[in-house]
Ligand binder design. Structure first.
Ligand code: NAP
Length: 356
């Protein structure tokens, strides 16, 4: 393992594992557009992708064969694979002295592994010795907490109700193919054939497909949102009530949020707090039809925030007592919910200096 004096040395090599997946592909794009494309970058995927190339800016990288011995001390390993494989690969990488940022759920609830959104809890990247493995939160958690952070800092947050409208790409490349195939099939008058999802995803909406806890009725996506928020906020009793759904959108998730703040705040104050925050773009010109949508959020780094308003029943209270606000969010979950957040973590940890 890297000693603590070495742990702030920049990584000379970057290894992207899962480079043919939707998250891996975006990690390569983000590395290139944030000025890291000149580094030594290696791309790995499964044996079925051998012989293929993937793009990183102007360069075409060959898919290399992943083995336990590819990792070296000081490497930065960005993982875009499933949780079981992430556990195995991270183990080998850490034993070789590499640093790892993992996009899967493998380590998110491990108390020894920081779970980080740089705009929210960058302090968790510090430590003695500094961490060498960092987990990226679930994509729905990232966009929600980026949008809520300025409100939490300014006013506190007592309760959040959130409904998600999640794009199929959240379930990987095969799910995007499935939406395209099923859309063509339905338009041709054929029966859609579900593979990645339990139900047809074209022309349909259903509760998130993750397993359901029979006691609470909550699915795993909803449980993750609550548990990860409590970890990141360091608030064991943070009250987040999610309902997560899958919608026939290719890319970028949306969320309808109603937050009860810790103290009253005017809509003007709330707007100003949101507008001043890194990682947020206000799109709130509803009379002219401008509000966040998945199409507008696609390829954008920022979480788009709009429809900033009072819930209707809040008008029963006098203005000085109003503490509730509703928001509508859209964000590219492959970027801020995964690839971008992972690269930002590595930059913030000084493993990948931005302007080296
Ligand atoms: N999609 C999202 O919005 C999102 C957001 C946040 C977090 N995540 C997490 O990020 C991870 C990747 O998700 P994804 O959506 O990018 O999935 P994906 O599109 O299905 O990609 C999976 C990647 O894993 C690779 N892989 C599979 N078996 C492998 C093996 N034995 N050795 C090396 N590579 C292997 C695949 O390579 P082949 O192409 O060769 O099969 C592919 O590159 C998952 O843990 C997911 O939960 C996803």
């Amino acid at each position: 393992m890297a000693s603590s004096s070495e742990s702030h040395r920049p990584s000379e090599r970057v290894l992207v594992v899962g480079a043919t997946g939707v998250v891996g592909e975006e990690m390569l794009r983000v590395l290139s557009r944030r000025g890291h494309g000149g580094r030594e970058i290696h791309a790995y995927a499964s044996a079925s992708s051998s012989g293929r190339t993937v793009r990183c800016g102007e360069r075409l990288l060959p898919i290399e064969e992943l083995s336990d011995s590819v990792f070296r001390e000081g490497d930065l390993v960005l993982l875009g694979v499933d949780a079981a494989l992430a556990r195995r690969v991270a183990g080998h990488a850490l034993r070789a002295g590499a640093r790892v940022v993992d996009n899967s759920s493998a380590f998110r609830m491990d108390p020894a592994v920081p779970l980080v959104i740089p705009e929210v809890n960058p302090e968790d990247l510090l430590g003695s010795p500094p961490p060498t493995l960092i987990a990226n939160p679930n994509c729905s958690t990232v966009m929600l907490l980026v949008a809520l952070e300025p409100l939490r800092r300014a006013y506190g947050i007592e309760h959040v109700a959130v409904s998600t409208y999640q794009a199929v790409s959240g379930a990987g490349r095969s799910a995007m193919d499935e939406l395209r195939d099923q859309t063509r099939a339905v338009l041709a008058g054929e029966e859609p054939k579900p593979r990645a999802f339990p139900l047809p995803c074209a022309f349909n909406v259903f509760p998130h497909e993750s397993p359901i806890d029979l006691d609470s009725g909550a699915n795993v996506e909803e449980q993750k949102l609550l548990a990860e928020t409590r970890r990141i906020w360091r608030e064991r009793d943070a009250a987040i009530d999610p309902s997560c759904t899958r919608v026939p959108v290719l890319r970028a998730h949306s969320q309808a949020v109603t937050a009860t703040l810790g103290r009253p705040a005017s809509l003007e104050e709330i707007r100003a707090s949101l507008a001043a925050c890194e990682g947020i773009r206000i799109v709130d010109d509803w009379p002219n039809g401008r509000f966040p949508t998945p199409l507008l959020a696609t390829d954008q780094d920022a979480v788009l925030v709009g429809r900033i308003r009072r819930p209707l029943s809040e008008f029963d209270r006098p203005e000085p007592q109003r503490r509730r606000v509703s928001l509508w969010l859209s964000a590219d979950q492959l970027l801020k919910g995964a690839a971008l957040n992972a690269v930002q973590i590595a930059e913030r940890a000084a493993w990948l200096p931005r302007f080296a």
